[in-house]
Design a protein around this ligand. Structure first.
Ligand SMILES: *Cc1c(COP(=O)(O)O)cnc(C)c1O
Length: 430
């Protein structure tokens, strides 16, 4: 099928509950909803859950995966490192291939470890090497606070003033979205002073999916390192990290990857850096050559590729939850997930536009190529009450200051009927 035929333009959708139900009936992924625990309200009805971008729902299989490790710990104690059904010593390796597929990377480029902000810091230790004249860092003006604090404190750690060292890529006056031409201008004018670009691949607030390949090209043309925060990208869009050429990326797995609150994050280091032993880094015993790790009194011999950024032996219970999720993602594949996602979010957009109410406005790009599944609905006069009333109607969305309701229909467990009922409630409330 041609790419253009595959795109669901607004005119493909129809109004009415019947249409929504028909779409659910024809949905090849419809059976997956049943593989998740859907939270219920006091009356025992399913919530309409649209916050999988904040904390993904629990796959029913997760319990089994974690129970396996609890049993093996009970039965084997320390021997579980080798004797467990999934031996703990190489446990992270069981996740690598599936994780790499989800982000479009090679296995040597990916590892599951630590949490997102920790990983950003570790990656900046290696890829933010400022000099007296080239030390500035570009972030989005509306970067997630944790990323901003990480960048500010890295600058200060190296002895620079964060006020002077952070360059913000801002939307134009009166606009909400970022324009790549403005990044180009920043790099043309200040590229010689910029050491690093650290950009959210999908912005947490607007839902805008940026062209990370283009960002990498622009940054590299000015000898800047390029890192991407994929917290809102992983499991949502197909970032094709290897082909994008970005130097590094990091993400969490508890949003779109459904691995549970505070679960471990992922890290990507491009293959071109895999064997560079000159890169500075903070190391631990898990960075070291696996074959001599337990000889203990060895000089550091860093593992090539992403694994060489590990520090510690990892928490297996969290990894078990990630394995449960990745096994499901691998079974479905990101192509099928994206296909449904574009259709479901397109339908959502269609219904909101049909409400034709000037109290609300979608600020997320309408081009499916420039967004994931989230729609950010800006509410006029920042009327937070609308969000409150949605919650009272058992529709779970989130409010982000100053004036946005974020709403993410998740292709693995949200239905067309969910979206229909959500927008009908919105109609009543407006
Ligand atoms: C969710 C999110 C985080 C959270 O970081 P943790 O270290 O996992 O707490 C950071 N950055 C972005 C862009 C996020 O969306």
């Amino acid at each position: 099928m041609l790419e253009t035929e595959k795109q669901f333009t607004l005119s493909n959708y129809k109004l009415g509950l019947e249409y929504a139900r028909e779409q659910d009936k024809n949905d090849p992924l419809s059976t997956f909803r049943d593989q998740f625990h859907i939270p219920k309200n006091k009356e025992g009805n399913d919530w309409l859950y649209f916050t999988g971008n904040s904390l993904g729902l629990q796959p029913k299989s997760t319990q089994k995966y974690i129970q396996q490790e609890l049993d093996d710990w009970a039965n084997f104690g320390v021997e579980g490192h080798f004797e467990a059904k999934n031996p703990w010593m190489p446990y992270h390796e069981f996740l690598t291939e599936a994780m790499a597929k989800v982000v479009g990377a090679k296995p040597i480029e990916v590892v599951i470890m630590n949490t997102l902000t920790t990983n950003l810091h570790l990656l900046m230790v290696s890829f933010y090497q400022p000099t007296k004249t080239k030390y500035k860092i570009v972030i989005e003006s509306d970067a997630f606070p944790s990323d901003r604090y990480a960048v500010q404190t890295q600058l200060e750690f190296h002895g620079y003033d964060a006020k002077d060292g952070v360059i913000e890529w801002k939307p134009r006056q009166g606009e909400e979205l970022l324009n790549i031409e403005d990044l180009e201008t920043i790099l043309e004018e200040q590229g010689d002073e910029i050491a690093l670009l650290l950009i959210g691949g999908v912005n947490y607030y607007t839902g805008q999916y940026l062209d990370i390949k283009k960002i990498a090209e622009l940054g590299h043309a000015k000898n800047c390192m390029v890192g991407i925060d994929l917290a809102h990208g992983v499991g949502n869009i197909k970032p094709e990290l290897h082909d994008s050429g970005v130097d590094f990326a990091a993400w969490c797995t508890y949003k779109y990857l459904n691995s549970g609150p505070g679960s471990l994050g992922g890290l990507f280091v491009h293959e071109k850096h895999a064997h560079n032993k000159k890169l500075k880094r903070f190391a631990g015993w898990w960075s070291h050559n696996k074959s001599t790790r337990f000889n203990m009194r060895q000089p550091l011999d860093v593992i090539p590729g992403a694994e060489g950024w590990q520090l510690s032996n990892p928490p297996i219970l969290s990894m078990a939850a990630i394995k449960a999720s990745l096994d499901m993602f691998n079974e479905v594949g990101m192509d099928a997930i994206r296909e449904k996602s574009e259709k479901l979010t397109g339908y959502f957009e269609f219904l909101i536009n049909e409400l034709n109410n000037d109290k609300i406005k979608i600020i997320t790009p309408s081009n499916p190529k420039e967004r994931g599944c989230q729609l950010s609905i800006q509410v006029k006069d920042a009327d937070k009450n609308l969000h409150k009333k949605l919650t009272e109607a058992n529709i779970i969305t989130d409010w982000r200051e100053p004036d946005v309701i974020r709403c993410a229909p998740i292709p693995l467990y949200n239905t067309f009927e969910d979206v229909y009922r959500m927008t009908e409630t919105l109609r009543t409330l407006l």
